[in-house]
Design a protein around this ligand. Sequence first.
Ligand SMILES: Cc1cc2nc3c(=O)[nH]c(=O)nc-3n(C[C@H](O)[C@H](O)[C@H](O)COP(=O)(O)OP(=O)(O)OC[C@H]3O[C@@H](n4cnc5c(N)ncnc54)[C@H](O)[C@@H]3O)c2cc1C
Length: 502
Amino acid sequence: MNEMTSVRPAVPLSKITQPLDVLIVGAGISGLAAARYLKVERPDDSFAIVDEKLTFGGTWVTHTYPGIRSDSDLHTFGFSFKPWVGPPIATAAEILAYLDETIDEYGLADHIHYGWRGQTASWDSERKLWTLKVQNVETGEMEEISARFLWMCQGYYRHSEGYTPQWPGMETFKGEVIHPQTWPEDFDGKGKHLVVIGSGATAATLVPNVVDQVEHVTMLQRSPTYFRSEKNEIPIAKRLRELQVEEDWVHEIVRREMLLGSHDFTNRCFNEPETVRDELIGIARRYLGEEFDVEKHFTPSYLPWRQRIARIPDGDLYKALATGRASVVTDEIETFVEDGIKLKSGEFLKADVVATATGFNLCQMGDIRFDIDGEALDFHDTLGYRSMMFTGVPNLAWVMGYWRSSWTLRAELVAQFVVRLLDHMQEHQKSTVVPRLRESEKDMQIVDWPDEEDFNPGYLLRGKNVLPKRGTTNEWRLNQDYWTEKDDFAAIDFGDEVFAYD
Ligand SMILES: Cc1cc2nc3c(=O)[nH]c(=O)nc-3n(C[C@H](O)[C@H](O)[C@H](O)COP(=O)(O)OP(=O)(O)OC[C@H]3O[C@@H](n4cnc5c(N)ncnc54)[C@H](O)[C@@H]3O)c2cc1C
């Protein structure tokens, strides 16, 4: 548990007045955004947040591996309503301090109930209420919380363990296998050979940040990834500060600059992918020199943006490789052996420790079992309305953020939507809302959620059976485009046939 000032016990769960207007699951960045919007826009609503952790921050508490940091800039990953004053790529500790201040500034601490894990969620059509059964993670005690509206901010992956594939011979390996998601506090790499399996953001962060703690670190990748390497500062922010512009303004201007910049970059990835590819690879070449086999290790087979592009601030991964104490191997694992890994090429990698930076396990709604009037609900059988509400599921919103832009941009769009929806229901004296396909959409093709042609990281493809289904129009899928969604969301007509009220 961190030592943030705003982690203090809220009113005991057994003492809160029920039913609540809104119950939020998850005190990560999305749950805190949700709470802030309720507090400011709907001050008369009663609401609570439950989180199984003993503190706030979700992702930024779970992940403690060396170097853990954001890979998008904090002007857009941070909130629109709270200026970010540090360098754009931030450490977990800096992000947690920012969230701590947010909790304090908006008086959210009294609403958050830590250490309660949601087990089941049941909708009762007669009472028009959700009831969440929660278990205290320390005492095992059970409580029930009822609420008119359920706001799922539980993230997308299982926090308790990461995804580790099974490779042949793993049981014979005499060293230690660590998943970065559960990095040991007392890790001692002195004199050890560490092999990091993977080439995404986690591996790219770990390698330069662990290089000084071990004898040698090797990044073992099956195939190369694109990286963006930029200085960890934003020139326009620096200049505005030199001009003594107030931080509110700096934040807003830099935020717009970053949004436009990332929109332009994404467009370029689709309109001139070869040029962008050459630029990204060219940067690797400049850092690593002519002798380095950039073709083999840093030239992906796919075009930019089909998977998230990881950032390496100030080229730190490339700099670590240039020291000679870190290396990259592009190959496939044949088998683990006692003292390392045999590769398909015949090469052998000595390893005392293997870190499997191989991704996450997606889970459905925080592994909470849902039912509607006693009938089990599998979200995979539903269709997502803008990937935030589900056909046949009353009074429930879900936060799935962006991958191509900062996650939080979408968490806030969802928050603004929920607030407006609740306003609309109050004004029209409606107590339930369920999204449904319009008559004209009844024949729309319904498919699995991930679009393999568009964005295809392993965890989404592995986890597609826990995700809701999608349709073919922007309203029935997540189009990953903040630029269009910000206008589309603002224009949502709550009187549309797509919302069935009661
Ligand atoms: C290492 C890492 C780095 C990342 N960096 C970035 C980045 O730079 N930019 C970006 O845009 N995205 C990034 N992401 C994606 C990231 O997950 C999100 O951006 C964001 O932090 C998610 O916030 P969240 O609040 O939605 O979910 P989470 O951070 O996952 O928080 C969910 C919370 O819900 C709680 N919870 C879950 N299930 C239950 C339950 N059943 N009962 C009670 N509580 C429950 C969890 O304990 C947790 O506290 C990163 C992800 C990882 C893993």
